[in-house]
Design a binder for this molecule. Structure first.
Ligand code: HEM
Length: 409
């Protein structure tokens, strides 16, 4: 329901008939919900207007336009001039003002940063990282097995696995994994003061590492960027910081949440779980279908000029949200979008977005997910949600699941 308070927060240029009652933070299924299905809840938006205004649709409580259909989202995300991603969200939370590189850099400048970083996460480079990814999955799963026949999989596997691969990428060992996981949990899910403190701790750590690698380079990510040339000059300390922070926040919650929704689905669908355990070659297609059905991110832009998008009068300065969940359940793009068909072919989903900012880490993320599931299914028997426990799902900027306690015989 649109209340008086939210009506007051709605800008005058938004026609009342385009004000929706749904938002991605406080609506039903978006708040923490026992045994919820937040992606399915967003699918119902396809029966409403293609673009609507959602009050209170960011973590800070700002309103945004919501672009429901895949075709309209492509128009927004492929036009970085009209729809800017230069929001400086991370820095502003610290009272600072610098863009995450390359996510908060608009075209044409974006291209030079992106072409510098592309080789670091190319399919070839990811193949080279695979043995380490597998080793870290094995290590965590064997640890869980040695502790018994149940675990809370987000804290014991999905998050540490994602954090551990970030450390591997940075060229750091696993010795301080638990400390990094604590920092990451505070950064991504803590109260505002904890978030800020964790962000500062990470930045200080990355700054120290940067200083070390400038003095004594090795063959890791930090050494590469500290020696790279952009516009015929070396990168500044601030630029290196802005890249490293983005790689950290880009690859943690997202990978952990994707794995979390996969385990949540498989725990509730023992037949599909048995099929994938018996025929692991099916995992590559299955992981794609689960990324389609349970995507987690909502790329958001700021309009730079007044523009009308499928009937919505967007004004310069308005925020425009493109939820991957609604694009991935768009009946104009996918047959039977609400059904999960693990061998769905030609699955052109947008869990990794469209346009120039399309996920730089998608090749690595895909391999992390498939290897994580492969190793889990090979080492752990048929698993289910532990009786008497209730997983909680939530919406927000990155959808997620927690309290997912699994047990097996
Ligand atoms: C399942 C896991 C992942 C998902 C669903 C995901 C999703 C996304 C999405 C939707 C975007 C576009 C954001 C926007 O346009 O506003 C993006 C960008 C990005 N992602 Fe990922 N991501 C994942 C994993 C990763 C990993 C593992 C890394 C790093 C190793 C990473 C690094 C990045 C970077 C650097 C960008 C910005 C690219 C640019 O601005 O050109 N992501 N990701």
């Amino acid at each position: 329901m649109t209340t008086q308070a939210t009506l007051e927060a709605i800008p005058a240029h938004v026609p009342p008939e385009l004000v929706g009652s749904f938002n991605f933070y406080t609506s039903e299924q978006m708040v923490p919900t026992p045994l919820g299905d937040p992606q399915a809840a967003t699918s119902t938006l396809h029966s409403g207007p293609p673009v609507f205004y959602a009050p209170n649709n960011t973590r800070n409580g700002e309103g945004t336009w919501v672009v429901v259909r895949a075709e309209d989202q492509r128009k927004v995300l492929q036009d970085g001039i009209t729809f800017s991603s230069n929001r400086r969200l991370f820095a502003s939370a610290l009272g600072e003002d610098w863009p995450l590189i390359p996510l908060e850099i608009d075209p044409p400048d974006h291209a030079k940063w992106r072409s510098l970083l592309n080789p670091l996460l190319s399919p070839k480079r990811v193949v080279a990282l695979e043995p380490a990814v597998r080793e870290r999955a094995e290590f965590l799963i064997e640890g869980i097995k040695s502790r018994g026949n149940e675990c809370e999989i987000m804290n014991e596997f999905c998050f540490p696995f994602a954090v551990s691969i970030f450390l591997q990428f940075l060229g750091i060992g696993n010795e301080n994994l638990a400390m990094f996981v604590d920092w990451a949990m505070d950064l991504l899910h803590g109260a505002p003061d904890k978030r800020t403190a964790a962000a500062r701790r990470f930045i200080a750590y990355l700054d120290d590492l940067q200083a070390e690698r400038r003095k004594k380079p090795t063959d890791d990510f930090m050494s590469f960027v500290t020696q790279a040339q952009v516009d015929g000059r070396g990168m500044t300390e601030q630029e290196v910081r802005a890249m490293s922070v983005l790689l950290l926040i880009g690859g943690l919650d997202t990978v952990a949440a994707a794995l979390g929704f996969d385990f949540y689905y498989l725990a509730q669908n023992p037949d599909q779980q048995a099929l994938l355990r018996a025929e692991p070659a099916r995992l590559v297609l299955a992981a794609e279908e689960l990324l389609r059905a349970y995507p987690t991110v909502t790329p958001t832009r700021k309009a730079t000029v007044d523009v009308v998008l499928n009937g919505a009068p967007i004004k310069a300065g308005d925020l425009v949200a493109c939820p991957s969940m609604t694009a991935n359940r768009d009946p104009a793009e996918f047959n039977d979008p609400d059904s999960i068909i693990l061998d769905r072919e030609d699955n052109r989903h947008v869990a990794f977005a469209y346009g120039v900012h399309r996920c730089l880490g998608s090749h690595l993320a895909r391999r992390e997910i498939v290897i994580g599931l492969e190793e889990w299914l090979a080492r752990i028997g048929p698993f289910r949600i532990k009786e008497g426990t209730t997983p909680i799902t939530h919406g927000g900027f990155v959808f997620g699941v927690h309290d997912l306690v699994l047990t097996w015989d």
